[in-house]
Each structure stands twice: as C-alpha cells, then as structure tokens.
Design a protein around this ligand. Sequence first.
Ligand code: SF4
Length: 703
Amino acid sequence: MVLYSEAMNQTVRPRIAASACPHDCPSTCALEVEIFGERTIGRVRGAEDNAYTAGVICAKVARYAERVHHPDRLTRPLRRTGAKGSGEFAPVSWEDALDIVAEAFIRAEQAHGSEAVWPYYYAGTMGFVMRDGINRLRHAKKYSGFHSTICVNPAWAGFIAGTGKLAGADPREMAKSDLVIIWGTNAVNTQVNVMTHATRARKERGAKIAVVDVYMNATMRQADLPMLIRPGTDGALACAVMHCLFRDGKADWDYLNRYTDAPRELEEHLRSRGPAWASRITGCPVETIEAFARLVGETKRAYFRLGYGFSRSRNGAANMHAASCIAAVTGAWLHEGGGAFHHNDAIFHLNKSVIEGNDARDPSIRMLDQSRIGAILTGDKDALRGGPPVTALFTQNTNPVAVAPDQETVKRGFARDDLFVCVHEQFMTDTARAADIVLPATMFVEHDDLYLAGGSQYILLGPKLIEPPGECRSNHDVICALANRLGAEHPGFAMTPRELIDVTLQKSGWGTLADIEANRWIDCQPDFATAHYLNGFGYADGKFRFKPNWPEVPFTRAHRTVTSPMPRLPDHWDVIEEADAEHPFRLATSPARGFLNSSFTETPTSLAKERRPEVMIHPDDAAPLAVADGDLVALGNRRGTVRIHARLFDGVRRGVLIAESLWPNKAYADGRGINTLTGSDAIAPFGGAAFHDNKVWLRKAAG
Ligand code: SF4
C-alpha cells in the first residue's frame, strides 16, 4: 500500500483526471485529481472552469489521498469470530463471505418472509450506481423498503410547501446579489462554495452578507449581519421580518396579488408577530430583527440561501416554509440575484429506473423509516408497520450505529442474537464492528459513477481513475454477486456501471456517457423566467402558497405522512423539545468542519484539527455549575447519558449547547456517541430526525 506521504513525495509528474466529489454535500464539486500510476492519487483540486466549483473545494477533500491510502482501510472480507460487537474478526474469502450473506438472507426469508431482510443505505457516496443499486436487489427480492428520512424531508417539504417544487434561483446568481442571506447552513463547514459566490458579490458589488444560525460559527463570523437565534425558532424570526415588511410598506403588492395565494390573510396574521414577540422566542434583540427587516426591505436583489439546518428540528418544515415566504413578500424573485434557493432536485428529471429496478417494485412491500432503525430492530410494532421482524440487515454507505438517532436503542437492536448483519464499508466503523460479515468497499476514484449537484445545477461524471487496494469491491459488484446467489433477476444485474450511467443519461434526456465523458459535466440550469417562477410557481394555479395544505405538499419521497396539525400560515410552531426544570439546556449537534457526517473521522489532518468531542457552553451557564473550560461534563436526558469535554464559548445564546459532530462512539469517554441524546420520533409532515432539537441536563462529571 502506498501511503499519502509517499504519494506526495513522488517525483514523477502526475496525470490530472476529472472527477466529482461523492460526499453528502450540496456542492458536489467538480474535481481534478492527480494520478500517479495505477494505484495512487495525489492532491485534489477544484475545477477552475466549472462555474459553481470555481476552483474552490474544502480542505478535507483536497487531501483525499489521506483517505484513499489510509493504512486502516478495510481490504479483505472479514467474518466475526468473537461476541457481537467485540470487534474480533478473521479474514475470509469473498466467495465464502458472499455465500454466508446469501444463506442468511435465504434463512430470514424462509422463516419470516422476504420483508425480514432490510437493505439499508444512505449517502456515504452520492453516486447513483453505487448508492441506489441496492434498491434493485430490494425490488427484485421484495425485501423491506427503505424510507429515506434522516436528512432532507423536513427541509424539502418546507421549501416545496411554498413554491410547489424543489428548485430556485440559480445559485451562481449569489455573485450578482446585493444581499445574500445564508440561513440554516454553516456554509464554511459544509458547502464552502456558497461562500465563494457570496463573498464575490461582496467584493465586486459591495453586497451585504446576513447569516442566521444557532451559534457564532465560521460562517456567522464572516457576516455583516449575524443573527444568533435559539435552535428551532427560525419561524418566529421570519414572521417578524415579514411583519416589518408589511408594516413599513416594503411588501410588493403587485407581486403578491399576482403570484401568491393569501397575502391579505398573511398580513393580518402577522400583525401580532412583531420583533418584540420574535425576540422573546429567538433570543435575538429587537434592534437586530429590525435591522435585518430593513436590509431585506430595501434590497431588491436579496438572495435567500436556505440550508439543511432547518431539517434538524421538530418544527423544521414550518420554519423552512416561513423563511422561504420572505422573498415572496418582497418580490425578490423578480430580480437577478434575488429569490430563494434550497436544492435543485426538480430540474434534473433523472430516470434511475434501471439502476433502481423500479419496474420490479411491488408497492405492497412495506417501507421502513431509516431514522427509526432503533425502534425497528428492537421490534416496535408501529415502526415495523405491523410486519415481521427484521432478521437480516445489509448496509452500504452508512454508519447507523454512530449516525442514527436514539443510539442506545440502535445498539440494542444490533446486539440481537437473532439478527444477521452484513456491512459493506471502507473503514471499521461503529456499524462494521457490530456486523457478522464485513466486506471491503471501493472509494469514488476506484469505480465509475454519476453524480448530481443539488446545491447547483450540474450532473457530473466520476470515472474510475485507479485500482482499489487489496480485495476491495464496488457496491455494484457486491449487489450483482448477491443477486446471482439469491436468484434475483433484473437486466441491471448484467450491466456494468458505465452501461448503467449511459442508459440513465439517455432515459433522462441528458445525452450519453460519451457526451458527458467529453464534457465532464452537464449544466442543467433552466432559463431565468423558469428558475424565478415568473411563469408561475409549481402549483396548478401558479401561486406561491403562504397557506399550504401540508399533507398534500407535492413531496414525491413521502411514504408516510406524520399526522400532526401544522400551522395554517407561517408561524413559530411550538413543538420543539423545549428546556424544562429537569433539562435546562437545548442541545444542537452541528456539523464539524473536518468531518462530513461520520466520514473523514479517520484522516489524520481532520482528527488533528477537531481534536476531541466537545460541547460548547456559555460561560454564564457554566459558572453556576462550577464547570471550567476543558472539564469533563455529563449530558443527559431520558434517552441516555454522554460524557464529553466542555468548551466555554460566549457565541451561543444562554441555555443553548453545541456539540460539533460526528465523532465515532469510541471517541467519547464511555463509548456513547452524541446521538445517544437525540430522538427518533418522526417529524411532520413526512418524517425526519431532529438532531438539533434536544433538551438535556448538564453536570460536571468525574474524570
Ligand atoms: S465542498 Fe462539499 S462537494 Fe466540495 S469537495 Fe468539499 S465535501 Fe465535496
């Protein structure tokens, strides 16, 4: 194996190859990768001539060679030899490993029916072939379905509630804006390209940057107007801003009458929701709210970049909707550099039917909620949708033992003696340690795949550039090998990744594999009038909805509606896990800069930068508890207890705690990760996990 440092010291000139970032980040940067020979990469850079990436990528991907050539990579199939979760494994051949997995699936099916097998995946890679091909096996074998909820549902539903579809103003227009509002995303940590375009507007046009977040993070520190709010109170801030816009004559009534559904009702509804009301809820001073409203009201080209932070609260969909309403009140959509944006899902119209085997799908097969994996594996009848227990689990691209909420329940589920677990992974994650069979997986430069940049407008190709180390195999190879053993039939199992990419592009109307190979990416941006909804919003009457009918919001991924009466009009929806006498703090588990979910928690540079798990606490909250900077503290609630080091930090509102994540469980004093404290109750209207919405107590802990 060639180490990163050896790759860096190569004296031969590298070949430069085009690729795309595979990680769960809205930017999906266009990459240029240094290649040394058949098995080694060097530095990774952003493609200068990609209009969104614009030559800039985050530091963790720039040093991707640290991951590819990491000495701890899994390179051989492993079979558990010790007790479950003991981490004791012995190498086994691929043939034997696949036979064991197939036999376990067949046994589960014979005992309880096909739904006893649950293929479970997520966004460790965002490539369609390697991420979504698992669904082809699931459909062909009628295994339990995977209702993806853990990330996007509340935020997507909230945005679509207003616009009627998930698309918005071209993100590159941020550079032509006079006011960029970054709300609910720490872009410096999680999608650095937003900052590229926002700061360009500041340099070239004197634009202002306003940021709304729950702590003074790196993005807030770059803001001209930072607005520090309590977690889950964005709806109150949005209402107060709109109150001021109506009050001060800054609402665009021509626009409202033409493009929106109920502007007079909204104005009336907001009369009692002014800055003083919002200040009590958000903790943000009245003057700051007034200053923000003034800035929004006086700036035609105001661009609202709304992020995934909204998804992490029980009222997240309502909050996202409320924030998205502001651009409709001012008519910012009319102007280049104005409007709102969250994700571009609707512009790509990708047809993944062959990759996913959708023609084989049986709609009567149950869909199990990804976020409820703990409840599902511990036999909760509602979570199992009244069906059989899950007795065989197969995971690709995800690490639920660290990532999923309600971690103690998840661990109990994985510890079941009657549950067989196969994990196809790149490193020995918390989930891999809990497996019966561990299979070594390729990384993005070692296989062919196709990517979509939801935070911009590109489809990108990520071709295979080097050979994988050891015996690593791609997700596609493993799925096809299992299909063969299980007697699953579908034309997709006989196709190569390149053939799947080609047919997917052609079925979607985006040309061929040869075209994208020649051009590296496809710019799918619709024209200005379409992107700005000048021909009408996504509903049949063309009107933006201030008054959405929540259960009917056209969110195509909904498999189950969470019945909960949601606000009729934008509001502060008081369903968050508020602090109480027993739990005086509210905890948010925000993303760390050096990690991406649980990826990069193994690379030396990320580990050196992030140091250790810490919880940020306001000094005035720490003092009465005799907690000093660096002390070990215990955080707890009814879901469990976590021991973690305290960092005194005055960049949070009193009563708010921030634990940047996501560290492996073993990094914590007792092996209990931060998701011990997060809840898995489903969020309205279509499910989700409220990672930033936890009431906890805090006390000094013994070392
Ligand atoms: S900014 Fe996001 S998309 Fe770009 S390289 Fe980093 S993780 Fe990948």
